[in-house]
Design a protein around this ligand. Sequence first.
Ligand SMILES: Nc1nc2c(ncn2[C@@H]2O[C@H](COP(=O)(O)OP(=O)(O)OP(=O)(O)O)[C@@H](O)[C@H]2O)c(=O)[nH]1
Ligand SMILES: [Mg+2]
Length: 428
Amino acid sequence: MGVIDPREQRGKEKALDEIRGLIETAGAEVVGTLLQMRDKPDVGTYIGSGKLEELRELIQQTGANLIAFDNSLSPSQAKAIEDETKTQVVDRSEVILDIFATHARTHESRLQVELAQLLYMRSRLTRMWTHLERIAGGIVGGRGPGEKQIETDRRLIDKRITDLKHKLATVEKRREREVAGRREQMTVSLVGYTNAGKSTLMRALTGANVYVADQLFATLDTRTRAWTLPHWGQVMLSDTVGFIRNLPHHLVASFRSTLEEARHADLLLHVVDASHPEAQQQLTTVQQVLGELGVEDHHPLLVLNKVDAVEDRSFLDVLQARYPDAVSVSAVEKLGLEKLAQAVAARLSDGFLQARVEGSAGNGKLLRYLQQHSEILKTDYEENQAFYEVRLPRQFTWAVEKEGGTIVPLDGTVLNHRAPDDEAVVED
Ligand SMILES: Nc1nc2c(ncn2[C@@H]2O[C@H](COP(=O)(O)OP(=O)(O)OP(=O)(O)O)[C@@H](O)[C@H]2O)c(=O)[nH]1
Ligand SMILES: [Mg+2]
């Protein structure tokens, strides 16, 4: 069941394709669909009595035992629909959470999923609770009858949430150390809409044996592998969890550490399924989520994937005209991968700075740091001062200054330090 706002520019025929994919990925079978055009949901039942009647009929015809909504329902709306149809109701967030729960493999992603589920439950419990309180307050002037049970439930949930956050903090610390350890090397992260082909591309580029499936959210964990760029050198390439429209924000919060790689990457490759009819909307969604994660200033390199499967050439032409820097590839057919490597190398070279570093001549640590992290082009000494002309990745400028070096850019650029970020925190 989906309700779309008539003002939304989404094709009616395809409107329920994504929730269908989500439901099937979650392991259920779709036996019937119903779509409603409506600009404002009904407060009580979301879809209103007329559509509810249609829904009841459809359930009778098909024998469905679950109603999945493509929208977000309030707990009271879900309950009202369940009462009217005598059928269990789940909303879009619950379907996504369910997929995440079944696909979570590692210790970390299991913790993250459980946390997201509890936060989701708790938010509903709270709403339910205030609702009850209000009714009871109006009628008997006291607290409602269900209040005690809910309070107990809430306390239990809170305790587990605290516990999970604690455990996750430990895992996050370790991940941060791992990510920090890789600062020595250039890192590139694959991001994009779920099912865009990120893992397939990772496989094609690095030979890594990552899981690929025609499924939503096949990947939940970050994998990092070395990728050798011809005539440039080695970088670390990471594959990570995909994004989706209306991603439950508890999940975004929980997966913040999984996306840590993306936040610290020197370059993001934004993979788009160019053969998808909603490619443009998916692209915009990913840009929005990246914005929420605070990585929008990375200027991702767009990768238009699955060009082999594009049926309408003009569709691809439109995307390419709109995003002239985008690289077209086919991860499956291994097309365009050389051009992609060149584009990545070019973008990473932008990350270098030609500069003069001044420090005390006796500062052996500074010299060692420069030897390890930059290309020293020239060295001069004057009294107790040393002057090094270097080619240095921009990401290391803060560290050079920390070692006591003063940097004067020689290529007219302005220094824009990227110090290590504050600790990532799971927010609720
Ligand atoms: N035709 C075609 N199919 C592709 C291409 N790249 C990936 N696919 C298919 O798209 C589906 C999804 O690929 P994945 O690599 O698992 O996608 P993903 O972006 O990692 O997806 P999630 O991890 O679920 O977010 C698989 O069935 C792939 O075979 C391509 O270049 N052409
Ligand atoms: Mg994947």
